[in-house]
Design a protein around this ligand. Structure first.
Ligand SMILES: Cc1cc2nc3c(=O)[nH]c(=O)nc-3n(C[C@H](O)[C@H](O)[C@H](O)COP(=O)(O)OP(=O)(O)OC[C@H]3O[C@@H](n4cnc5c(N)ncnc54)[C@H](O)[C@@H]3O)c2cc1C
Length: 336
């Protein structure tokens, strides 16, 4: 069923809790309904959203906001060691993770408890605890907003990179993702090298996707604010990647600076650490602040506007640039 709402509040559709409204908010449950909507013509500009957990609305949205409610999960191919799962873009991400584990599949467990929906997992290439969704995505099905034709992007065409994909670059704003097919394993191949995950998982009775999920859900609940109690979009900035030469100079000056080598020879720095060193951890200005347990998370203490959040984020960028000479780039999508 197609649902259309005019002058519709987006408060429940953005985890930052910014109080704005959409001129037109449209939801659909099937690809066919989406095709009909595009062929009829949607009032521009059109923005596709999922759970709104990585969006920062600056103003009321003049135009159409489209939201997928395609929520089926189908096993399209399966053998003793692997399974291909085709999942509707409107399925809540953590529901998929839970479903996969309950059905004996592996791969998604490290991505437990990330807010949002399946469609955005391919846009954002969501990642946590040493795993990125893009590694497990076989293909992405999308309907073009310009002519309602169907396109299928195979994994190699998606250009997955750190919190990035073709859907944030060349294909930005051009498609509505309808299905994502994940290639999951049935074999035990867990990734638990991150931090002190392994002893915690072992303490629960040994290595299993279920125990990894339990540890990750508990760890995330300790470290990150729940969107239901404190508005945020998770990490506001991406971790900057610098050359090995710059990283070396920084290490000489700041021996405690955390640094991680990337496969392509760069060095990833911790944006949270840089922000914390500049004195921003737990700081509040007006309605906006950083989360006291994690400086990388900007929070809405209540009633903040998008402009206030953005001004706060700019102040953080400025002090990190002045202190370390490093440019921070937002992970969050500012709208408007
Ligand atoms: C507390 C908290 C913790 C978080 N932790 C993590 C984490 O550990 N790792 C991580 O990677 N992220 C994390 N995030 C960020 C966020 O959860 C992810 O970016 C998530 O993928 C966003 O999903 P969404 O459905 O809410 O997308 P939205 O925020 O609604 O949209 C994100 C982008 O995807 C596009 N999009 C959404 N759906 C579609 C579709 N069907 N078709 C085309 N384009 C679409 C939107 O236009 C937008 O550009 C966290 C956020 C919060 C609030």
């Amino acid at each position: 069923m197609i649902i259309k709402k005019r002058l519709y509040s987006l408060l429940a559709h953005n985890t930052f809790g910014i109080d704005v409204e959409a001129e037109l908010f449209v939801e659909f449950e099937t690809e066919q309904e989406l095709i009909e909507l595009i062929n009829e013509g949607l009032k521009p500009p059109v923005l596709v959203i999922g759970g709104g957990s990585n969006l920062l609305f600056m103003n009321n949205y003049s135009g159409t906001i489209l939201h997928s409610r395609i929520c089926d999960i189908q096993t399209v191919e399966e053998n003793d060691s692997e399974v291909y799962l085709r999942v509707g873009s409107g399925v809540e991400w953590d529901t998929l993770v839970e479903y996969s584990i309950a059905n004996g599949m592996q791969g998604l467990e490290n991505l437990s408890a990330i807010p949002g929906e399946v469609g955005a997992s391919a846009v954002q290439n969501v990642g946590a605890y040493g795993v990125e969704a893009g590694e497990l995505i076989h293909s992405v099905e999308a309907i073009s907003l310009s002519d309602a034709t169907k396109k299928i992007f195979l994994q190699k065409e998606c250009a997955f990179a750190y919190r990035n994909s073709i859907f944030k670059k060349e294909e930005k704003g051009k498609n509505v993702i309808t299905y994502v097919t994940y290639h999951l394993r049935k074999k035990t191949e867990y990734r638990v090298a991150y931090g002190n995950m392994l002893p915690k998982v072992e303490a629960l009775g040994g290595l299993s996707a279920k125990n990894i999920r339990t540890v990750i859900c508990e760890t995330r609940a300790e470290k990150l604010p729940s969107p239901s109690s404190l508005g945020s979009a998770g990490s506001f900035f991406m971790n900057p990647v610098v050359s090995a030469t710059i990283a070396q100079k920084l290490k000489e000056r700041y021996p405690d600076m955390p640094q991680y080598n990337t496969p392509d020879g760069g060095v990833k720095l911790s944006a949270g650490w840089l922000i914390e060193q500049c004195g921003w951890k737990g700081k509040q200005i007006g309605n906006v602040g950083t989360y006291p347990k994690q400086a990388l998370v900007i929070v809405n203490h209540g009633g903040a506007t998008g402009a206030e959040v953005l001004a706060f984020s700019h102040a953080i960028c400025k002090s990190v640039k002045e202190t370390f000479g490093i440019e921070l780039h937002p992970e969050v999508n500012a709208i408007g």
